[in-house]
Design a protein around this ligand. Structure first.
Ligand SMILES: Cc1cc2nc3c(=O)[nH]c(=O)nc-3n(C[C@H](O)[C@H](O)[C@H](O)COP(=O)(O)OP(=O)(O)OC[C@H]3O[C@@H](n4cnc5c(N)ncnc54)[C@H](O)[C@@H]3O)c2cc1C
Length: 504
């Protein structure tokens, strides 16, 4: 690529797309780089089952095909990032191309308990309003008016269907897919551009430069941004030494390393499931729906975006929250999601899965290995002093069990009848990355000042020790919000765009 840019944004996910659109409104030139290929048909996406041939849809566009991402099929491997040890999407749209679409307005406490001044609820309020004006919410997406959720008009919405459409109409904006940023180029505190590698057809390799006073903004997600930072000589010394052993002189000279606690306060909400069986339960076969949907469902979807496939997950049931006050004085928010699913050898079950969210105290760590794979080396689950996180889950689960016991003909399947609840939960709470709810945050924490040893960025979103390198993605949210985080991430991108545009 020959051009130079005012803003280079790395990663087209929940944060990168809204940010690109907002920054391009300034008239300055904006390049959005994405390592993956097109997901939605709107941007040239191709991946879809045979029954969608002849339509203007890919698998990503149809809410009801979402759950297929959990199935162990080869095409999912081309969607999920191969160099992370936990699931994340590496196609256009990032997590927003494949996620469950749950879209909740962040609570006041989401900001006020974890974020510094400048990113508190009053500071964020206009940004949240703008996010919800661009991506409104509905509980009737199906065009037949029946109650399903979450996308308006029965097709996957979110940043790709809104912010990216308007960005794409601007002459000063360019999107380059199949282009992986390996590192930022810096001397040593001023970033001059990025080094890129072609990762698919139409991608580019080489160096892309910034204009004078330009900025690089990393929006590559918790794992992607951390990896780029490590490869740019920014992070804990032990991680940079691993990269040095893998990449030798490609890494900046040790005297220019910037020692920051990248990945050291990783957070996510752990998930544990209890489940019941009940005569007469029926499960929607979402896996079969991918290749061989129920003919009436496929017909009504293709004809009028109606019916089960208009809903993000045909089997999803009530979602509810519980607040538990701990002996340490902290309130922990437990989110419960229910689903009717098919359990092999048992048949249909109703699964109730908890996510321990806002207020939890356990934290973990992400690290890189010599193959440059990013791992969750310390899962941020149930490792807190005083065991308060576990006690909150135990208390909330006991309450739910006492309610479920009133359901006639219901039999507990998890925990099994011969295991008491506390023993079951204790066994399930053994820290492991597999407890993830895929709501990773907190790898690149924001603090009021870079003099704080936990700071990776300050409240201008600038990486400490640099003049023009920024981070705007889930990693800068200091702790898991009360609910699924994508609306908080879009809102934080809205807020960051105001701040970045105000910088010289
Ligand atoms: C299966 C699943 C279901 C989920 N369901 C929900 C839900 O229902 N509701 C909700 O609120 N949240 C949900 N989430 C979480 C949500 O999607 C994420 O929190 C959110 O997408 C994170 O936003 P982000 O901008 O930080 O990163 P991402 O959305 O992950 O975007 C990062 C982007 O950067 C790109 N990238 C990475 N490295 C590079 C590089 N080196 N060069 C160029 N590009 C790069 C990636 O390909 C990706 O497109 C779900 C997540 C998963 C995995």
């Amino acid at each position: 690529m020959n051009s130079t840019w005012d803003y280079i944004i790395v990663g087209s996910g929940a944060a990168g797309i809204p940010l690109a659109d907002r920054l391009s409104e300034s008239g300055k030139s904006v390049l959005l780089l994405e390592r993956g290929w097109a997901s939605s048909r709107r941007y040239g996406g191709q991946l879809r089952p045979a029954w969608l041939e002849g339509s203007n849809l890919t698998r990503f566009d149809i809410p009801g095909l979402y759950t297929y991402i959990w199935a162990n099929h080869t095409e999912n491997q081309g969607i999920l990032c191969p160099d992370y040890s936990v699931p994340a999407s590496c196609v256009l749209g990032g997590g927003t191309a494949i996620n469950g679409g749950l879209w909740w307005k962040p609570t006041k406490d989401d900001w006020d308990t974890v974020m510094p001044p400048g990113f508190q609820s009053t500071d964020l309020a206009p940004a949240v309003s703008r996010a919800f004006a661009r991506i409104p919410w509905t509980d009737t997406p199906s065009q037949d008016g029946k109650l399903y959720h979450f996308f308006i008009n029965g097709e996957r919405g979110g940043p790709m269907a809104t912010y990216l459409l308007s960005a794409s109409q601007k002459k000063n904006f360019e999107l380059k897919m199949n282009t992986t940023v390996t590192r930022v180029l810096r001397k040593p505190k001023d970033v001059t551009g990025v080094e890129v590698e072609e990762s698919g057809p139409g991608g580019v390799s080489g160096i892309i430069n910034l204009n004078p006073k330009g900025k690089v903004i990393l929006s590559a997600g918790v794992f992607g941004t951390s990896k780029i930072l490590f490869r740019s000589g920014i992070g804990p010394k032990d991680q940079l030494e691993i990269v040095k052993s893998a990449e030798g002189d490609k890494l900046v000279d040790e005297k220019d390393w910037i020692d920051l606690p990248v990945g050291k306060l990783l957070d996510d909400g752990p998930a544990i499931t209890i489940a019941i069986t009940k005569p007469g339960l029926e499960t929607y076969d979402w896996e079969a729906a991918y290749n061989t949907p129920i003919p009436e469902d496929a017909k009504s979807y293709l004809k009028s975006r109606s019916g089960a496939l208009a809903q993000i997950e045909p089997s999803i049931g009530p979602i509810f929250w519980d607040e538990v006050k701990g002996e340490d004085g902290k309130t922990r928010v437990v989110q419960w999601n229910s689903n009717t699913v098919n359990s092999e050898g048992v048949g249909s079950i109703i699964a109730f899965t908890n996510n321990l969210n806002l207020g939890k105290t356990a934290r973990g760590r992400l690290t890189i290995n010599s193959s440059l794979k990013v791992n969750v080396s310390i899962p941020p689950f149930y490792n807190d002093e005083g065991d308060h996180d576990f006690k909150a889950i135990l208390s909330s689960t006991k309450d739910l069990v006492s309610i479920i016991q009133n359901i006639s003909n219901a039999t507990f399947f998890m925990p099994p009848p011969d295991t008491d609840l506390e023993t079951y939960l204790r066994q399930s709470a053994t820290p492991s990355p597999s407890l993830t709810s895929n709501h990773w945050v907190g790898s690149t924490q924001m603090r009021s000042s870079c003099s704080d040893p936990s700071a990776v960025i300050d409240t201008t979103t600038t990486v400490c020790g640099t003049s023009n390198l920024h981070i705007v993605d889930a990693g800068i949210i200091n702790g898991v919000p009360a609910a699924n985080p994508q609306a908080a991430i879009v809102s934080i991108a809205e807020r960051a765009s105001e701040i970045i545009l105000g910088l010289k």
